[in-house]
Ligand binder design. Structure first.
Ligand SMILES: [Zn+2]
Length: 77
């Protein structure tokens, strides 16, 4: 008697987990500037705050922008 393995390939995909919020942060990259905003679930608020910061400090126009969320792998079929 021989043993045979049966392999089944299943496609998966990754998506944002719907029960967790997306969080946004922004941090000014100008030298010695400690300005930052977030985390917040409102991406528009983070963008608006960063633009207002640039409006008050014209040379502070680069930001580290992070958008974080919980992801999950689910079957694609
Ligand atoms: Zn700044």
């Amino acid at each position: 008697m021989t043993t045979r393995a049966v392999l089944r390939y299943v496609k998966h995909t990754m998506r944002r987990h719907p029960q967790f919020e997306v969080t946004h942060t922004a941090r000014c990259l100008a030298a010695d500037c400690m300005w930052q905003v977030g985390p917040t679930d409102d991406g528009g608020l983070a963008d608006d705050a960063a633009m207002a910061h640039t409006g008050r400090n014209a040379d502070h126009d680069k930001f580290e922008r992070k958008i974080e969320f919980v992801a999950e792998v689910i079957r694609a079929d």
